[in-house]
Design a protein around this ligand. Structure first.
Ligand code: SF4
Length: 371
């Protein structure tokens, strides 16, 4: 193969890799690194659809025509945060007029009103909701709702809790698990690029620590999600590298249950005028399905993609639409114009119109009802 590469030159060589990437990926076989990079290097408008077809073949083998969603609530206890990530429109200083802090009563009464299957809890880095208070909230939720799936605190928050409580990250994870946390969400990964890390979120943990904390969580039997923020000055090579780092981490610890590509929302600050187009978002989902072969689920996260693109994502490799999300603040404060919650019926209808069979699931991706 090496001789063939040299004799035919780079263009022909990459074309062969591109073709084999599609063939391997659609058959559900692992792509070698060069094949994964070829998908990004040779991406053209025509080839986007070839990627979509291969990703669809792959997801169909795994999930047939099923597409899942969860009945969940998102809880963001406070938006006060000192980290100052350049892309964040959610965070506020305590003096800002849009700063808010929810109380335990607020949160518990929302959960009681909704009775969700899953509670997804993430917030900012602040002292109003310190580690002990968050731990107590989880304990109280678990005391009240034995079967609730509690997916709480990003790796960024875990690192902050460890630092402020002067405990190890392992101990924090253990205490949260004992209190009732079932899983960690995938936020805070942004994109695994030291270049962009230094530019945009240098006050919080970087790629290596993010991966390490997730693997510590896996060691303790906690499942986690993984995200990738894209479309804010990142390159296709950086996206593929991110996916390959995740694939390698998953080979080692095996605890990632879902990969969630997050298209950037330009928001108020506008250091970039627009996020990725819907087609680019779909291409990222399709390539993720082909490259990250060892993470079962690819999520089409409608609050950030928009409902229509999320539904189309089911034909581009995604198999899950996340949740009904009764209330979500982070994407919406960044300017997302999607609805703040999708009722069960409209979630099911959206999936059906996209040509798939809606399956409500629990937090561990087990079906809870089937139509
Ligand atoms: S992205 Fe998270 S850590 Fe960064 S400023 Fe926003 S809330 Fe804080």
């Amino acid at each position: 193969m090496d001789e063939h590469e040299l004799k035919n030159g780079e263009v022909e060589y990459m074309s062969d890799l591109f073709k084999s990437a599609l063939k391997q990926g659609s058959a559900g076989q692992r792509l070698i690194r060069q094949e994964a990079f070829a998908l990004a290097q040779e991406i053209t408008p025509d080839r986007l659809h070839e990627i979509g077809r291969a990703a669809f073949a792959n997801r169909s083998k795994r999930f047939d025509d099923r597409a899942t969603y969860v009945f969940n609530i998102q809880i963001n206890p406070a938006n006060i945060c000192w980290a100052g990530c350049s892309f964040c429109d959610y965070a506020a200083s305590s003096k800002d007029t849009h700063a808010y802090v929810l109380s335990e009563d607020d949160i518990l009464s929302r959960v009681e009103a909704v009775q969700p299957t899953e509670a997804h809890i993430v917030g900012g880095l602040n002292r109003v909701w310190p580690y002990e208070r968050n731990l107590e909230l989880v304990r109280e939720l678990r005391r009240r709702y034995r079967r609730l799936h509690i997916k709480a605190f990003t790796a960024v928050e875990i690192a902050y809790f460890a630092k402020t409580s002067k405990k190890s990250e392992e101990l924090v994870l253990q205490e949260l698990k004992d209190a009732g946390v079932n899983a960690l969400p995938g936020g805070g990964a942004e994109i695994f690029s030291d270049r962009l890390y230094r530019q945009h979120w240098k006050n919080k943990i970087g790629p290596d620590q993010w991966v390490r904390i997730h693997q510590l969580a896996h060691d303790q039997g906690l499942f986690t999600n993984a995200t990738m923020l894209f479309g804010f000055g990142d390159t296709w090579q950086e996206r593929i590298r991110h996916m390959l780092i995740l694939r390698q981490a998953q080979d080692k610890s095996g605890g990632f249950s879902c990969f969630i590509p997050l298209p950037f929302q330009p928001g108020k600050d506008k250091f970039i005028s627009h996020g990725p187009t819907p087609l680019e978002t779909l291409a990222v989902m399709g390539i993720a399905r082909l490259v990250v072969d060892n993470i079962d689920h690819i999520k089409s996260y409608w609050p950030m993609t928009g409902v229509e693109t999320a539904a189309a994502g089911l034909s581009w490799g995604a198999d899950d639409m996340d949740g009904t999300i009764v209330e979500e603040k982070i994407a919406h404060m960044a300017g997302a114009v999607t609805p703040k919650g999708l009722a069960r019926d409209s979630m099911r209808q959206t999936i059906q119109i996209a040509g798939f069979k809606p399956i409500e699931r629990d937090g561990k991706f087990n079906p809870v009802s089937v139509d």
